[in-house]
Write a new protein. Structure first.
Length: 367
């Protein structure tokens, strides 16, 4: 099911009666979610991603704009009539019911032409349980399950009504690191097997990038960038997006462009054809450094983190806005970094310039 958001806006009244200022949680969000894709809504806490999800689900009514499922305008439809499955951050399982009863619960409320016989409901419940691999746990109660198993029950309950759209609100935040990795792979498998259009809310960029077909990066209710995860990482539209995506994070320096050359400190580190003279922020991905005895960018070496095949060199530089500068280089190349300083040349396609006032991207020709 294709989902289209047109100029979607949500404004909440002010909590401060004295100021009376309204809070714009989502501002003029327009986006078309293709049928059968998994979309990650990504951003820091308070950026409006969960509010967007709840408007799509029908739990919150937009202040402005429209929501379409296919060609149908569902903006005014109630949540129960939209055909969505919603998985909450805390799973919201009924503790006194078994796994089977939790999964069956949405089917027991169906009415009219949608009403199912007991046998049909049981078949649906076991199909959903088998899909998420908990069909051997049907008689247990939530207190007897691990966090990962409870999450699967919540997903099965959302899927049992065969929703048009599946909505997941921070579904992995309560799991430990190992279970998070395992469960996100399960979510991707389930989405591919069912083909259901899925919208996944998270503040964890690694989660979003690893399983999403497309990501939507949000900040303070405003969409910053939309695209395939690798495309957004490789071509950030502004400094916020560049800093939000990537582990280790992007290294940011104060820089200046003079005569189509980029200077960091007093060193001319890169040719930037087509860029006017101006002060800039310089973003360099950790994998954008090349250890080079003749390199123009020299940093003070403070540590080496061994990662196996690669090595992370931990350095400092007076023009860096990060506490440390991290470069990821080949372990063999790192053997040349054995003094108090290390010199780098730069990979041009891993270097991004940003306007110092607007923080928007300043593009240059990469040869």
């Amino acid at each position: 099911m294709k989902v289209v958001l047109q100029n979607l806006t949500k404004v909440f009244p002010s909590r401060n009666k004295k100021s009376g200022e309204e809070v714009v949680a989502v501002n003029d969000f327009t986006f078309e979610i293709p049928d059968g894709k998994l979309i990650g809504l990504l951003g820091p806490s308070g950026c409006g991603k969960s509010t967007t999800l709840y408007m799509i689900s029908g739990l919150q009514k937009p202040t402005g704009g429209q929501i379409f499922f296919g060609d149908d305008d569902v903006t005014e439809l109630s949540a129960e009539n939209r055909g969505v499955g919603l998985v909450f951050q805390n799973y919201a399982l009924y503790p006194h019911l078994t796994v089977k009863q939790n999964i069956l619960f949405p089917l027991q409320n169906l009415k009219g032409a949608d009403k199912l016989s007991k046998q049909e409901m049981l078949e649906r419940a076991f199909e959903a349980a088998k899909l998420v691999q908990i069909d051997n746990l049907m008689e247990r109660k939530p207190s007897e399950l691990s966090g990962g198993q409870q999450q699967r029950v919540a997903i099965a309950r959302a899927l049992v009504k065969m929703p048009k759209v599946l909505l997941l609100d921070e579904p992995l935040s309560n799991l430990d690191a190992r279970l998070r990795l395992q469960t996100r792979e399960e979510i991707r498998r389930i989405q591919k097997e069912t083909g259901i259009t899925t919208i996944f809310v998270t503040h964890d960029q690694e989660e979003a990038m690893s399983i999403s077909d497309m990501i939507v990066v949000m900040k303070l209710g405003v969409v910053q960038q939309i695209g395939a995860p690798q495309d957004v990482y490789d071509d950030p539209t502004n400094l916020f997006v560049a800093k939000f995506l990537g582990t280790p994070p992007i290294n940011v320096f104060e820089g200046t462009v003079r005569g189509e050359k980029l200077y960091v400190g007093e060193a001319a580190v890169l040719d930037v054809p087509g860029v006017k003279d101006q002060p800039v922020y310089v973003g360099i991905r950790p994998e954008g450094f090349v250890v080079d005895p003749n390199g123009a960018l020299t940093c003070n070496l403070s540590g080496v983190d061994v990662m196996g095949r690669d090595v992370s060199l931990v350095t400092t530089h007076s023009a860096s806005l990060n506490p440390v500068v991290r470069s990821i280089v080949d372990a063999d190349a790192a053997k040349n970094a054995n003094g108090t300083t290390v010199s780098y040349s730069l990979k041009p396609h891993k270097v991004f310039l940003f306007n110092k006032e607007t923080e928007e991207r300043v593009y240059f020709e990469v040869k």
